[in-house]
Design a protein around this ligand. Structure first.
Ligand SMILES: [Zn+2]
Length: 331
């Protein structure tokens, strides 16, 4: 296995301290059929349930990623990333995160005995800070938003490996398991639609790669808050609006690094990008809570988006999966 630049194809070893190519291109993972991912570190990952739910006339399938070990889907990517880094003998890592990826990577790094530092925006919730610190990681709070945390960590890496869930293809490799599980749970069928909240696009890109391996894509519908909708704007060719704070904090990403990839993926899947009001996210979260599903605001954006998209109704035979990205206790 090795990384290669998606632009100029230059190769880099997995333990390279470069996180993108000297030409500026992003890394992709080359994996031969014989290459196996290591799995020495585990926090008890499992196949998450696919739970049917009905909202009025519409029926959906909730993929309960909120039940994973640290309470978010990011555990899939973190598990694969940290296992490979551990296997390569890497002992010290740093990353930037809005919270969920930081918690996932900190947890697996803790289990692997690694030194881990997480750079977070200074308006992150106390619950997320406490969780990351309890996993034994150091927190560095950075002012001026999520994008600045990304800039500051890169300047301060020193001898630490940049274990980024946005740059590192091993993280996306781990996300593929969600696609395999959906197909298994649907008796071998690919879902017709997957609606998901999108910030940096880790789930979208990981699912795309997973379904490409399987050989068929669902329609991917990305959901963003109207208050911060760079993918919505790019996909629909709209002028960029000022980016504001949304209650869906996990997808408050003003300038996603893989925006171009995301637009191409949505097109390739004949999907769409929907932007919803924060009030609709709040209402969707209330609905989910009242039906026993306790998730973070960002997860509820998927339901708000699906209800908006299918407001004129949906054929009953369509299998529509909504991944519930994170646990509600993380607010
Ligand atoms: Zn390059």
């Amino acid at each position: 296995m090795y990384f290669y630049c998606e632009t100029c194809k230059k190769k880099y070893p997995l333990n390279s301290h470069s996180y993108r190519c000297t030409c500026g291109g992003m890394f992709r993972l080359h994996k031969d059929q014989s290459d196996e991912l290591t799995r020495e570190i585990s926090l008890g990952e499992f196949q998450t349930p696919l739970l049917p739910i009905r909202t009025g006339k519409l029926d959906f399938l909730l993929k309960l990623e909120n039940l994973l070990p640290t309470g978010s889907f990011k555990d899939r990517g973190a598990c694969t990333l940290i296992n490979e880094l551990h296997h390569l003998g890497i002992k010290k890592i740093a990353l930037d995160s809005a919270g969920n990826a930081g918690a996932s990577i900190a947890a697996y790094a803790g289990a692997a005995g690694m030194d881990c530092t997480v750079y977070v925006p200074d308006d992150i919730s106390d619950a997320k800070v406490a969780q990351i610190e309890d996993y034994g990681a150091k927190i560095v709070k950075v002012p001026n938003g999520r994008m600045n945390a990304c800039a500051v960590v890169k300047e301060n890496l020193g001898d630490a490996y940049y274990a980024s869930h946005v740059y590192n293809p091993l993280f996306f490799e781990g996300m593929k398991s969600m696609a395999r599980e959906m197909v298994e749970q649907l008796g071998g069928a690919v879902p017709d639609y997957v609606f998901m909240p999108v910030g940096n696009g880790t789930m979208l890109i990981g699912l795309f790669q997973g379904f490409m391996d399987i050989g068929r894509l669902p329609h991917f519908v990305a959901v963003q808050s109207k208050k911060c909708a760079p993918l919505y704007e790019a996909y629909h060719g709209l002028p960029p609006e000022p980016k504001r704070t949304t209650i869906a904090s996990a997808i408050r990403i003003e300038k996603p690094k893989r925006l171009k990839d995301m637009v191409e993926i949505i097109r390739a899947s004949s999907g769409d990008v929907v932007a919803v009001e924060d009030a609709d996210i709040l209402q969707a979260r209330k609905f989910l809570g009242a039906h026993g599903i306790y998730v973070e605001m960002t997860s509820a954006a998927a339901l708000a988006g699906a209800e908006k998209y299918f407001q004129a109704g949906k054929p009953d035979n369509y299998k529509v999966v909504l991944p519930m990205t994170g646990n509600g206790l993380k607010r």
